[in-house]
Design a protein around this ligand. Structure first.
Ligand code: GCV
Length: 724
C-alpha cells in the first residue's frame, strides 16, 4: 500500500476511535459494559434467559427495547422474550394484577407497601424452580424496576436472592429546562436546546428518546420544556403541536410534559387588552387554553410560572397578588388534573429590604390561601444558587402550602461546564438541614417529601444542565449532577457518597482502585469551588450578567442588589453582610433555634459567617487565624484542592480511555487556571480595603487588580436573551 493510503487509513481509524469514545460519552450511565467475570455473567444469564412480557403497551415496548439493547451488551448473548408466563420463564415482568394467581400471595405484602410508581424485584421459588419477577401496581413501576435490574447488573451486584421493594418518595421529579424557542439556553453551558422546534412535530430526533430513557432510568417523571422567562408563543397551536409530539415520546417513559406560562399571554397571543387574573375574559382565555392543551396532551402536567420577578409580567401589574394569579391558572387546569407551579424567586426594584428577605416577606401572608393544585417552588437558598447559601427561610415557615425544592443542576455560579463540581454534595447539605420549624428533626427533606406537613403534592425540580453537546452536559462529570439530582428526587435521603460511587461504576469502571480515589475527588469538589470562589459565607461576587468569573468590585448596575458590593459590604473596617438583629434582621425569618445560632457569631457555622455577620479584618476565627488571613488561606485551599484533583485524575489514567482521560484532564486545567484567577482577583480587591499582607501560605498573584478588572466576556455562554 502506498504511504499516502496508509496515512489516510490511519487518519480515518483515529477518527472512528475518537468518535466511538465520544459516543460512549453520549451513553451516559447506560453504557451496559460487558461483564468479563464469567461466573457473574452466567448467573445473570440464567435469570434473564427467558423473559415474559405480556403487553404491547408503549411502556412495555420501551422496557423490552431497553432489555434488548442492554442484555446482549452486558452478557454477550441473545435474550429470548415470550408473550406471557410459561414454564420456561426465568424473568417475569408484569403488573401485580396480571401475575399468575398462585404467585400473588407471595408478593402481596410487598405490593401493599409500594406506591403507584413503586416496584418490586424478587427472586422466588415457584413451580419447583427459581423465578425472578419485576412487578408493580402500574406499568411505569415495571419500567423503573427494569432499569433497576439493569443497574444491579452494571454494578455487578448479586441477583440470586434479590429482594428490592422501592418507591419514589417525591411525586414530581422534574427537570426545568431554561430553553428558549430560538434554541438558546439561558444559563446553558452544554450547547443548544435539545428541542428542535423547526423540525418538530414530524421529525423525532433520537435524542428525545435517549433523553427519556436516561430520565426514566433515574426516575425523573416530569419535564418543563421551556424557560421560566417565558415566551407566550409556545402556547399557540403551531407550537402546541410540537409539544404534543414530544409528549407522545415521553409518555412511554413515564414522563409528563409541563410548559412555562407567560402571564401576559392573553394579551400577546389572545388579543385581550389585559391579563388581569380577576377579569372574566382573562379567566375564560386560560380555561380555553387549558382545554385546548389537554385535547392534544391528555396527561399534560401543567404550568410553571415566573411572575413579577426580574421584569416578568404577573398579577401585580394589575394590583393583584400571587394568590390571585396562581389560583386563576389553577382553576383553569383543575378540571384536567393539572398543577400550577408558582415560583417564589421574587425581589422587587421598589423594595430596598435585604433581597434575602423579600420572598419570605412576600409569600408568608399567603400561606394556606393557594388552591389545592398549586405548589410554590422555592430555590434552595434565599439569594440565587450560590456555591453555598444557608437554606431558604420559606422552608418550614409555610406550613399549609406545598413547597417544591428548586435546585440548579446547571452551573451558573459554579464554573459553568468547565469546572468539575459534584452537586449532590450541595443538594444533600440542603436536604439534611434542620429548619427546626416543627421542633428538632424538621429537615428540608421531610418538608419536600411531604412527611412533615403532610402536603398533598410533592415536587423536586432541577434546572437542567442538558444540551446538544455529544456528552449532553458539557463536562463529563456534570452527567453525575443530572444523575444525582434524579436519584435524590427519588429518595432525598440517600447519601451523595452512594451516588458518586454508583455513577462512577456505571459510567467509567467498577474497579475499587479507581472508584475510591475518584469518589473522594468528587466529594471534595464542591468544597473546593466554595473555597476558591466564595469562602466563609461570601456570596454573589460574580461578574456582571454572565456570572462567569469574579467581579467583587462591580458597583455600577441599575439596582443595588445586582451589585456584588451590596453582598460583601466591604470597607476598611471589615467585610460581610450584617443580617443579624443589628443589621437587616434576615435571621428573624428562621425558627428561634436557628435564629439564635445565626445571630451568635460564636455559634454560627463558619461557612455562613460573612453571610450573616459584618466582621473586622482582625476578627479571630475558631482556628486562631485573623479573618483576613482566614479568607486568603481558604482561597488558596480551593486552588490546592483543584491541584489534588488533577493528581487524582492523573493516577486514574489507566482505568479510563485515553479520550476520557484527556477530556477531563484538559477541563481540570481550566478549572485550576480559573480557581487561581478567582483567588488572585478577589484577594487583590479585598486587600485594597484590608491593607494587610497575604499570609505566607498564599501564592502571590501573577497580575494586577486592574488587569482582572479589565477582563470582559461579551460572548460568555448562557446569557439572558436580548428579547427578554
Ligand atoms: C431564568 C437568576 C438567573 C436568571 C434566571 C433567574 C430565575 O437571576 O441569573 O438567568 O432566569 O435566576 O431563576 O428566574
Amino acid at each position: 500500500m502506498k504511504q499516502r493510503n496508509v496515512l489516510v487509513l490511519f487518519f480515518f481509524l483515529m477518527i472512528t476511535v475518537a468518535q466511538s469514545q465520544q459516543l460512549s460519552d453520549y451513553d451516559l450511565w447506560l453504557k451496559y459494559n460487558l461483564i468479563e467475570n464469567s461466573e457473574l455473567s452466567d448467573s445473570y444469564s440464567k435469570i434473564t434467559n427467558s423473559i415474559s412480557i405480556s403487553s404491547e403497551s408503549e411502556v412495555f415496548k420501551n422496557l423490552k427495547k431497553e432489555l434488548s439493547l442492554a442484555l446482549p451488551k452486558i452478557l454477550n448473548n441473545k435474550t429470548k422474550f415470550q408473550n406471557g408466563f410459561t414454564n420456561e420463564t426465568t424473568l417475569l415482568i408484569d403488573t401485580f394484577k396480571n401475575l399468575p394467581t398462585d404467585l400473588k400471595p407471595k408478593i402481596q405484602k410487598s405490593i401493599d407497601s409500594v406506591n403507584e410508581e413503586g416496584f418490586i424485584i424478587k427472586s422466588i421459588a415457584f413451580n419447583n424452580k427459581q423465578l425472578t419477577i419485576i412487578t408493580a401496581k402500574k406499568e411505569v413501576g415495571l419500567l423503573y424496576g427494569t432499569f433497576k435490574l439493569l443497574e444491579f447488573m452494571q454494578l455487578h451486584k448479586p441477583l440470586t436472592d434479590i429482594d428490592v421493594v422501592d418507591s419514589p418518595k417525591i411525586q414530581l421529579r422534574m427537570l426545568n429546562h431554561w430553553d428558549n424557542l430560538d434554541r438558546s439556553v439561558e444559563r446553558g453551558y452544554a450547547g443548544f436546546s435539545l428541542w428542535n422546534w423547526q423540525k418538530l412535530p414530524e421529525h423525532i430526533d433520537q435524542r428525545y428518546i435517549d433523553y427519556a430513557r436516561a430520565n426514566a432510568s433515574i426516575g425523573i417523571n416530569a419535564t418543563v420544556l421551556t424557560n421560566v422567562n417565558a415566551n407566550a408563543l409556545v402556547l399557540t397551536p403551531m407550537y402546541l403541536e410540537k409539544v404534543e409530539a414530544l409528549a407522545n415520546v415521553f409518555r412511554g417513559y413515564g414522563i409528563k410534559v409541563y410548559l412555562t406560562a407567560r402571564f401576559s399571554a392573553p394579551i400577546e397571543i389572545g388579543n385581550l387588552e389585559t391579563a388581569d387574573p380577576l377579569d372574566s375574559e382573562v379567566q375564560k382565555w386560560w380555561a380555553n387554553k387549558a382545554s385546548e392543551i389537554y385535547k392534544r396532551i391528555p396527561d399534560f402536567g401543567g404550568f410553571l410560572v415566573k411572575a413579577n420577578s426580574e421584569g416578568q409580567p404577573g398579577p401585580q401589574n394589575y394590583g393583584r397578588n400571587h394568590v390571585d394569579g396562581a389560583n386563576m391558572m389553577a382553576t383553569a387546569l383543575e378540571p384536567f388534573g393539572g398543577n400550577v407551579i408558582w415560583r417564589a424567586f421574587v425581589y422587587s426594584e421598589h423594595d430596598d429590604t435585604d433581597r434575602a428577605k423579600q420572598a419570605y416577606d412576600e409569600f408568608l401572608p399567603y400561606d394556606g390561601k393557594f388552591k389545592d393544585n398549586v405548589v410554590v417552588q422555592v430555590k434552595n437558598g434565599p439569594i440565587d444558587f450560590q456555591p453555598r447559601e444557608p437554606f431558604h427561610p420559606m422552608f418550614g415557615a409555610l406550613k399549609k402550602t406545598p413547597l417544591a425544592m428548586e435546585f440548579q443542576i446547571t452551573q451558573e455560579y459554579l464554573g459553568f461546564s468547565s469546572h468539575l463540581v459534584f452537586l449532590p454534595k450541595l443538594f444533600e447539605e440542603v436536604l439534611d438541614t434542620d429548619t427546626y420549624q416543627k421542633g428538632k428533626g424538621s429537615t428540608i427533606a421531610k418538608i419536600i417529601d411531604g412527611s412533615l406537613y403532610r402536603n398533598k403534592i410533592t415536587v423536586m425540580a432541577g434546572v437542567s444542565n442538558i444540551g446538544t453537546d455529544i456528552n449532553w452536559t458539557g463536562h463529563p462529570f456534570a452527567q453525575a449532577n443530572w444523575y444525582g439530582f434524579g436519584r435524590l428526587a427519588w429518595d432525598p435521603y440517600i447519601s451523595s457518597e452512594q451516588i458518586a460511587d454508583e455513577w462512577l461504576r456505571l459510567t467509567y469502571n467498577t474497579d475499587d482502585a479507581f472508584v475510591e480515589p475518584v469518589k473522594r475527588m468528587m466529594l471534595t469538589s464542591r468544597e473546593a469551588v466554595v473555597n476558591y470562589m466564595n469562602p466563609i459565607g461570601l456570596h454573589h461576587i460574580f461578574d456582571t450578567g454572565h456570572h462567569y468569573g469574579p467581579g467583587p468590585w462591580v458597583d455600577n448596575l441599575g439596582r443595588p442588589d445586582w451589585n456584588p458590593v451590596y453582598y460583601h459590604q466591604t470597607d476598611t473596617e471589615g467585610i460581610g453582610f450584617d443580617r443579624t438583629t443589628s443589621g437587616s434582621n434576615a435571621t428573624e425569618q428562621y425558627a428561634p433555634h436557628v435564629q439564635d445560632m445565626y445571630n451568635d457569631v460564636t455559634a454560627i457555622p463558619e461557612e455562613y459567617l460573612l453571610w450573616f455577620h459584618h466582621l473586622p479584618w482582625n476578627y479571630k476565627l475558631k482556628n486562631g487565624e485573623i479573618l483576613w488571613d482566614g479568607i486568603a488561606i481558604k482561597y488558596q485551599e480551593g486552588v490546592d484542592q483543584v491541584k489534588t484533583m488533577i493528581k487524582t485524575w492523573d493516577a486514574s489514567k489507566s482505568y479510563v480511555s485515553e479520550q476520557e482521560y484527556n477530556d477531563v484532564k484538559m477541563l481540570l486545567q481550566i478549572q485550576l487556571k480559573e480557581a487561581q484567577w478567582w483567588r488572585d482577583a478577589c484577594l487583590l480587591y479585598f486587600q485594597t480595603f484590608s491593607k494587610l499582607p497575604l499570609p505566607d501560605k498564599v501564592e502571590k498573584p501573577t497580575h494586577t487588580l486592574e488587569y482582572y478588572q479589565s477582563l470582559k466576556f461579551p460572548f460568555a455562554p448562557g446569557i439572558k436573551p436580548k428579547w427578554d
